[in-house]
Design a protein around this ligand. Structure first.
Ligand SMILES: *Cc1c(COP(=O)(O)O)cnc(C)c1O
Length: 390
């Protein structure tokens, strides 16, 4: 039994519930079908651990994996993951040879990248599998509409010469998290036009893909043959205003209480003495701080859940520590009690056994900070030890 299930964790812990990941893949498959689901595990699985999340996703029916860089793709291969992998963000000196040798599919956004891939394919003596990326209005990665004809022409030549196979064409939406944003309609139209142009040019890519998590869950017209789902597989809603879509947060961040002390009315807490006890009280110390990914800007603004009760964090969040006000400590919180900073549920605590307040969510933190949960999930780091359940 993982230590967290026994109620004793030694330090800050990120518990990743792989059963939740599998459940979320199933939710996405229901929405995407008959399109396939790519599980996007870039940035170390959005801070959840790319390898374990990739394995769980494939088990649950994701047909392929997506990452940003060749390096991230090769890490999956080094871990023995054999599922198809696409990577799409390349430095000028990208190690395409290693990617092709490891059977990693390349997302190609420019003629220069295509030439590099052709050269690497020639060097390795293998055909490179390629998905061509069209920029339909995000104006970030992807070939501009004006460069698309030249990219297609070279791709046709390279395919005829036998150095590449164009497996797919893809693009990425700018405002899918605002389901009625007109740009999604315009981007979809540009994408369809780009696909038509590819066929006219002599390419017959079997797989086209446009949707991210938000579009998968809200835009049936964006699903095509494959969807690229990231944030939703971690159980975080891509459109918070529309609810959870039945997704289950996979990560629970917790830390043990390592000290409990009594304060007198008028005693102040932590750097800058920004919080002062109004009455005699009891406080608990947690060994987690901004070096671990709990933003200092949340000082005095968050709560933690200990044994089913929410307590406010008080005073400045430090690099390694934060302090929680237990008040009269009626629940006898003690050294060794586990505090949940955010998460679906306390690890090891069945949902039906916890009728009290729920743990705070990453969405609450994101709202307080005016950011997105993506940034906070990928920011969990430092001493936080990952533990997998489910
Ligand atoms: C990160 C990324 C995704 C996944 O987006 P989510 O909003 O996390 O679902 C899909 N496609 C591309 C190109 C990406 O960079």
């Amino acid at each position: 039994m993982p230590a967290s299930l026994a109620g004793t964790i030694e330090g800050p812990t990120g518990t990743i519930d792989l059963a939740a990941v599998r459940h979320n893949i199933e939710v996405l498959r229901r929405h995407a079908g008959p399109a396939n689901v790519m599980a996007v595990v870039k940035a170390d699985g959005y801070g959840h651990g790319a390898i374990d999340v990739a394995r769980a996703s494939v088990e649950a029916g994701a047909t392929e994996l997506g990452v940003a860089t060749v390096g991230e793709a090769l890490e999956l291969r080094s871990a023995g993951i054999r599922a198809p992998v696409l990577c799409w963000l390349h430095a000028p000196d990208a190690v395409f040879r290693d990617a092709i040798a490891a059977d990693v599919r390349l997302g190609i956004s420019s003629v220069e990248q295509l030439r590099a891939a052709v050269g690497a394919a020639t060097d390795t003596g293998r055909r490179a599998e390629i998905d061509l990326k069209l920029d339909t209005g995000l104006n970030r990665n992807g070939a501009a509409l004006t460069e698309w004809p030249a990219l297609m022409a070279e791709a046709v030549d390279a395919e005829t010469a036998g150095s590449i196979t164009v497996r797919g064409v893809f693009s990425h939406l700018a405002c899918a998290d605002e389901p009625s944003h007109p740009s999604s309609v315009a981007q979809r139209a540009a994408f369809v036009a780009g696909l038509d142009a590819a066929r006219m040019a002599g390419l017959s890519p079997p797989v086209s893909h446009l949707a991210n998590s938000a579009a998968t869950l809200t835009r049936p017209d964006a699903r095509f043959d494959l969807v690229r789902a990231g944030i939703a597989i971690y159980g975080l809603s891509p459109v918070p205003a529309l609810g959870t879509f039945g997704l289950r947060p996979a990560m629970t961040l917790s830390a043990p209480v390592i000290m409990v002390k009594h304060l007198r009315a008028g005693d102040a807490v932590s750097y800058g003495h920004t919080w002062t006890a109004k009455q005699d009280t009891t406080v608990a110390l947690l060994p987690i701080g901004y070096a671990d990914g709990v933003p200092r800007a949340l000082s005095g603004r968050i709560e933690v859940l200990i044994d089913g009760v929410r307590y406010p964090a008080v005073g400045t969040i430090c690099m390694d520590q934060l302090v929680v006000d237990l008040g009269h400590n009626r629940n006898a919180v003690a050294v060794g009690s586990e505090a949940v900073l955010f998460g679906g549920q306390e690890p090891g605590r069945p949902e039906q056994a916890a009728p009290g307040p729920a743990a705070p969510t990453l969405q609450e933190w994101a709202d307080l900070l005016g950011t997105v949960h993506y940034e906070l999930a990928t920011g969990i780091r430092g001493r936080v030890e990952r533990r997998y359940i489910g």
